[in-house]
Design a protein around this ligand. Structure first.
Ligand code: GDP
Length: 455
């Protein structure tokens, strides 16, 4: 079931997330001491968080960003889950089970110099039951002398053993080629319009809030180009405007400027036009008229922005006519009706006098920077681990859901996916979102949070 709480800037979609957005997951499993973390470090190409592969050692991080031959994936080190001392076989079985719950491909590491152990057999059984593709790494094959040891591992019955030396790097290229081979087909990503061109702003709001006046004030005679956009809203015209030392593209200014007013017509048409502008924009500046009470229609426009996933700036216009009394009520209205987009930067302006209009650009830049933010999987997981240790998810139906790891699946806006063993309550998801905002900012951008549950 899809839930949304769009005004919070959070869309919770349970399992129904866009698979194309989530990088494939490769989970590294194997009994302790086989060299899982060394291999992880070898693959991510850093000496980050190298920890002796001994049981009971808690690691800081469990998931990392990895790339091979231009293909990106999330690498999960299940060694990070080796926390209990409930027996080796049980531990590795649980590890393999976790891996199967979360991974597209399992990278099974065996110590070729030791050969097949009971624990390796236990892992094999679990993996076979889960029917995930398995790539077998025969580790510690530091030289040609040990190649024969690797061949022994055919007996596990999970396919070809790839001889590697996590320590020296020998064979890791062939191993990673095999991992890529086993990954699901890459879904084509939708590309944003005019990537790399001027950043695109939609100036929106209900009629008479001052859009046209603000555009005239901003563009004035500095308007450099008028651009006709084929195939979008009829007669849509974009304008390139120089502001704060750079060029911006204002989307569908034809819908704003007076001479096109006649085209605007009914309310529903305005809403459609706003939707079309948002579709092509990266950030929305929503104008609100402070001389009148906030209207249902204002809230709807704000909602439309959050639903579109665009960055958001709130511009309170006509500040020149605001008196003390009205200001008092305005603050109340903002708290009550816009409290849930508390993360959006606010600017108090007057299109008529030009008051504080120069503050728009920094607010827009803040929103776009948040919208573009990417948090590395490693960093996100150290953060998550601390958060969950301090405040674990509430028990539900007698079970405590575990958050196995998280990853930021996408930017524009930031979209986080948590891999969990059970459903996380709305309150808890909101708690995570709040803490994400506290610790990482995201001012001016919606944030999406999804769960991937394997119960
Ligand atoms: P639009 O429908 O959103 O494009 O709004 P307009 O720009 O046409 O403005 C609607 C009315 O509000 C016009 O009479 C403007 O002169 C007036 N207006 C716009 N901005 C301001 C402002 O900052 N202060 C005041 N006092 N009036 C404004």
């Amino acid at each position: 079931s899809e839930r949304s709480d769009v005004l919070n800037g959070v869309t919770d979609q349970g399992d129904a997330i866009d698979d194309a957005a989530v990088k494939p997951v490769v989970a590294v499993v194997g009994r302790p001491n086989v060299g899982k973390s060394s291999l992880v470090n070898r693959i991510i190409g850093r000496r980050e968080a190298v920890v002796e592969d001994v049981p009971g050692v808690t690691r800081d991080r469990v998931a990392y960003d990895a790339t091979w031959q231009g293909r990106e994936f999330t690498l999960v080190d299940t060694g990070g889950w080796e926390t209990s001392a409930s027996g080796l076989a049980a531990m590795v079985a649980r590890q393999a089970e976790y891996a199967a719950q979360t991974a597209d491909v399992v990278l099974f590491v065996v110590d070729a110099t030791v050969g097949i152990t009971d624990a390796d057999e236990a892992v094999t059984r679990v993996l076979r039951a889960t029917r995930r593709p398995v790539v077998l790494a025969a580790n510690k094959v530091d030289g040609a002398l040990q190649d024969a040891d690797a061949l022994e591992l055919w007996h596990l019955g999970v396919g070809e053993p790839y001889p590697v030396s996590a320590l020296h790097g020998r064979g890791s290229g062939d191993l990673l080629d095999a991992v890529l081979e086993a990954l699901p087909e890459e879904a084509p990503r939708e590309t944003l319009e005019e990537e790399g061109g001027p950043r695109r702003i939609a100036l929106i709001g209900r009629p008479n809030v001052g859009k046209s006046s603000l555009l005239n004030r901003l563009a004035g005679e500095d308007r450099v180009v008028v651009d006709s956009v084929a195939g979008t809203t009829r007669d849509a015209v974009d304008e390139l405007v120089e502001l704060g030392g750079r060029t911006w593209k204002f989307i569908d200014t034809a819908g704003i400027r007076r001479r096109f007013r006649a085209l605007q017509g009914a309310d529903y048409y305005a809403t459609m036009r706003t939707g079309a502008a948002l579709e092509r924009a990266e950030v929305a500046v929503v104008l609100l008229d402070v001389s009148e009470p906030l209207a249902e229609q204002d809230i709807r426009v704000v909602e439309q922005v959050v639903e579109s996933g665009r960055a958001l700036v709130l511009a309170f216009n006509k500040w020149d006519v605001l008196d003390e009394e009205r200001r008092y009520y305005l603050e109340k209205e903002i708290d009550r009706q816009l409290g849930r987009v508390h993360w959006a930067p606010r600017v108090n302006i007057s299109a008529r006098t030009g008051r504080h209009v120069e503050k728009l650009v920094p607010a827009i830049e803040t929103g776009l920077a948040s919208w573009d933010t990417r948090i590395s999987t490693g960093r996100l997981n150290s953060w998550l681990k601390e958060l969950v240790a301090a405040t674990p998810p509430p028990v539900r139906g007698g079970k405590q859901p575990k958050i196995l790891f998280g990853t930021q699946a996408d930017t524009r806006p930031p979209h986080f996916v948590l891999f969990t063993t059970g459903f996380l309550e709305d309150n808890y998801r909101r708690f995570i979102e709040r803490r994400l905002r506290e610790d990482f900012g995201f001012e001016g951008s919606p944030v999406k949070l999804s769960m991937r549950i394997r119960e």
